[in-house]
Design a protein around this ligand. Structure first.
Ligand code: SF4
Length: 422
């Protein structure tokens, strides 16, 4: 939920308090060329190798789903010029994992000539560059990232680059469909008072506090669901409290669309769990923030054993129905209070049938809150700033390296939020 978004749920100011909606567009499918000549007009990173030149890391996946590759400072590929007569553009679906104020700038060269430059957002975004008339059957593409941005960062060289999901040629006039629809279904949460690290105002203020997404927005958005590549029911609040959640889930074409949602797990009862499995929801992310009942109670105020029982039941229903979906992720927002439980958290994932243990860190303190913002709860005093781990990747590595190793031993997918890398 709030503090544990998936990689693609970076903050935006889009939307209203009662329903954030974010849509990314890309081309209509069906323009990929064949591989007979070793080249394509459309490359989906992680799936196809044809045409890739120097400057690429191995393909990776977000939670085993979206394929992407990190590009280095510069990366090359070759596409087939299929001789379209109509206006064309080079499409690059790119993002980077840094919550930086400045974005890296991507320059695009075609056959040695600069055709454009654009900022790469801390989020996947389709970038379109009009193509000049291109002679010959092959188009050489060079993607170049500005070094100024890279010089601000240290560590793994992959952190200096951008994540690229797709590169291809398309007509800017071709009909498009959403690549990602992100819908904040509610600002109502059934954890009251909120978790200690949840700033009360994110659940809304005044008349908009605790409201579900407005019905008229749902009505507008529903027809788009069938066309989207990915639908994320993320944001703040608990989506399973929304009375229209079933309608939203049922509106999706589960053969073609990847649906994921975040939950605190409280309402993951038999009926809801069975519904999610039967509907073939692809992924569910359950925020726990703790591996022990004591820490859970301090941070999330409830009973961890009940949530774990709910997750185990979900895993059991999957097995019963012979389904591998939804994949189950449990997530932990790292803070001083729970960092020592990182290894145990990975073990817990294995024990309860979750496939992924995901870690992120506390968001920066909201500037409208005082510097010494503290939440008192049942004798526990949560001082927000003091709970933040140092803004230092090495420190995170110490907390997480043992957990990473344990995950490898147990066959649990180990996942870090983009925020962790900044
Ligand atoms: S109070 Fe609710 S919305 Fe806020 S972090 Fe906890 S579960 Fe998420």
């Amino acid at each position: 939920m709030l503090q544990s978004p998936l990689a693609l749920t970076a903050n935006t100011a889009a939307g209203t308090l009662t329903g954030m909606l974010k849509i990314l567009n890309r081309k209509a499918p069906g323009t990929s060329g064949g591989v007979a000549d070793g080249l394509l007009t459309y490359l989906r990173m992680g799936k196809e190798e044809a045409g890739l030149g120097e400057g690429w890391h191995e393909p990776e996946r977000h939670d085993g789903t979206w394929g992407y590759r990190w590009m280095k400072g510069h990366a090359r590929l070759r596409l087939r010029n299929d001789g379209w007569e109509q206006q064309r553009a080079l499409h690059v679906l790119a993002g980077h994992p840094f919550a930086a104020e400045r974005w890296p700038v991507l320059q695009v060269f075609i056959n040695g000539e600069l055709i454009g430059l654009k900022g790469v957002r801390p989020h996947y975004m389709g970038l379109s560059f009009p193509l000049p008339p291109t002679p010959g059957p092959v188009i050489d593409v060079l993607l170049l990232l500005d070094k100024t941005f890279a010089s601000q960062l240290t560590g793994d060289p992959r952190e200096l680059g951008a994540q690229i999901r797709e590169v291809g040629i398309l007509s800017p006039l071709s009909p498009s469909h959403p690549v990602l629809l992100e819908v904040e279904t509610t600002k109502l949460c059934n954890i009251v008072p909120p978790c200690v690290h949840c700033f009360p105002k994110v659940l809304g203020e005044g008349p908009e506090a605790g409201q579900h997404i407005r019905s008229e927005i749902v009505d507008k958005v529903l027809p788009l669901f069938k066309a989207a590549d990915t639908v994320s029911l993320h944001g703040v609040g608990e989506p399973l409290t929304n009375p229209r959640i079933r309608e939203l889930v049922e509106a999706i074409d589960h053969d073609d669309t990847y649906l994921s949602l975040c939950s605190n797990g409280i309402l993951l009862n038999e009926r809801n769990a069975r519904f999610l499995v039967e509907q073939r929801v692809k992924q569910i992310n359950i925020s726990l923030d703790a591996a022990t009942p004591e820490t859970y109670k301090k941070i999330r105020r409830g009973d961890l054993t009940k949530i774990l029982a709910n997750i185990k039941r979900l895993a059991r229903i999957k097995e019963e129905l012979g389904s591998r979906e939804p994949t189950i992720t449990i997530s932990m927002v790292l803070m001083r209070e729970n960092a020592s439980e990182a290894v145990r958290f990975v073990e817990l994932a294995k024990e309860i049938g979750a496939q992924t243990a995901r870690f992120s860190r506390l968001n920066p303190i909201d500037p409208s809150y005082p510097d010494d913002y503290t939440v008192e709860h049942s004798g526990f005093s949560f001082h927000y700033k003091e709970q933040m781990l140092p803004d230092n990747k090495q420190h995170y590595d110490i907390c997480l390296s043992a957990a990473r190793q344990r995950a490898a031993e147990l066959g649990v997918f180990f996942s870090l939020s983009y925020q962790e890398l900044t």
